[in-house]
Design a protein around this ligand. Structure first.
Ligand code: SF4
Length: 382
């Protein structure tokens, strides 16, 4: 059962049924409706109303149950999975990222090389750094020393320890069958609060010959609805792709990722440096910043305050206007430092070139490429 709305709670209260005790204020609120609205948000205690019907208590208790259990893996390095309470990310947000684990079989030859690769694996994207979450140990040669070392950086699982956690393991079948099973489990957990489906779900991938097929399956299960993915294969490209996808899915859709609006300096800029202009949407910023960094040329990047919106979205929502761009550039105080006054605006805003020129008459406005990855070719062509 989904959480109750204030109106649904109100229907059980005396005022809704026009009983004499309705709106009696004994709960500390001036009306039953006020109490209902607070109760629905769990900001008050159901026991404060002496007239609450038993039916409401039972419906309310059921509606307040978390649909999925939270499971904490690891001793020193903790990884949390589960506790999800929506079917779709845009309903609210997904909570605990799908854990990604790699099997380390100590009976395999070269397992220590695999361990080195796991230890060294790390990706940084949009200011966050990701490493492997879980190492799943197998084989006859598991020593407590090895476990101790691994526990410093990973949640360590074995066949036995996995069984001790309330985690449902799903056998990988065909793609449609597995999706169907995962979806049914999540739907029953969220919509019906079915306790038989409340354990987080783990999928174990045996060795795959076809890495592309493995990538497709794992990407789909990560979106719907695996809480943990364990791989016998360790392929850096596969894991990087999954972590990128995971980062996109597990951000809060109501909180745009944004960076501070200011002037960023690259490679010790001087009076001849180029100025690039973009919005403060984090993905846009990091895409552009990485390219500028790689140019190995001194440059400024002016980032406008655009509520974390990407270039075109900001323009259409009037969060990126010529006036905002001009004000940001002027406040940055870089005009005085520069001999070579050239600003490169995003190609997607080429239609704003004249407007920006009017707002910043002392600058030459150059229209850059539509995509950040084309910046180096563009700069070379200048
Ligand atoms: Fe309504 Fe109960 Fe509060 Fe009285 S105590 S106002 S009946 S909710």
């Amino acid at each position: 059962m989904a959480e109750l709305s204030g109106l649904q709670v109100f229907k059980y209260l005396p005022a809704s049924q026009k009983l004499p005790e309705g709106n009696c204020k004994k709960c500390g609120f001036s009306t039953c409706m006020a109490f209902a609205l607070k109760l629905a948000k769990t900001q008050t205690d159901i026991e404060l109303c002496p007239y609450v019907a038993e039916e409401l208590k039972s419906v309310f208790t059921q509606s307040m149950k978390r649909p999925q259990k939270e499971v904490i893996l690891g001793k020193k390095h903790k990884v949390i999975i589960g506790n999800e309470d929506v079917l779709f990310r845009h309903d609210k947000t997904f909570i605990n990222r799908t854990a990604i684990g790699i099997v380390l079989d100590t009976d395999e030859k070269n397992w220590d090389e695999k361990l080195d690769r796991i230890n060294n694996f790390e990706i940084t994207r949009v200011n966050e750094t990701f490493k492997i979450d879980v190492v799943y140990l197998k084989g006859e040669n598991i020593s407590s020393e090895l476990i101790g070392k691994l526990e410093e950086n990973f949640a360590v699982l074995t066949d036995e320890s996995l069984k001790k956690h309330p985690i449902k393991q799903i056998e990988e079948k065909t793609l449609p069958e597995t999706i169907k099973e995962l979806t049914e489990i999540r739907r029953k957990a969220i919509l019906e609060k079915d306790e038989n489906c409340s354990n987080p779900v783990c999928i174990y991938f045996k060795h795959h010959e076809n890495m592309l097929e493995l990538m497709s399956k794992a990407s789909i299960y990560l979106c719907k609805y695996a809480n943990m993915l364990i791989f016998e294969d360790f392929d850096e490209a596969l894991i990087s792709t999954l972590m990128t996808l995971r980062q996109n899915i597990y951000t809060d859709p109501q909180k745009p990722l944004q960076v501070e609006s200011k002037v960023y300096e690259f490679n010790n800029p001087d009076e001849n440096s180029l100025i690039f202009l973009t919005t403060n949407f984090a993905l846009t910023y990091f895409a552009v910043a990485n390219e500028i960094e790689a140019l190995n040329k001194p440059a400024y990047l002016v980032v406008t305050p655009s509520d974390g919106m990407s270039v075109l979205t900001a323009w259409s929502a009037e969060k990126f206007t010529a006036q905002i761009a001009a004000k940001t550039v002027k406040n940055a105080g870089i005009a005085e430092k520069l001999k070579n006054k050239k600003i490169i605006i995003p190609g997607l805003l080429s239609h704003m070139k004249e407007e920006i020129k009017e707002a910043l008459p002392e600058f030459e406005i150059l229209v850059g490429p539509n995509e950040a990855y084309l910046l180096s070719d563009f700069v070379r062509s200048l």
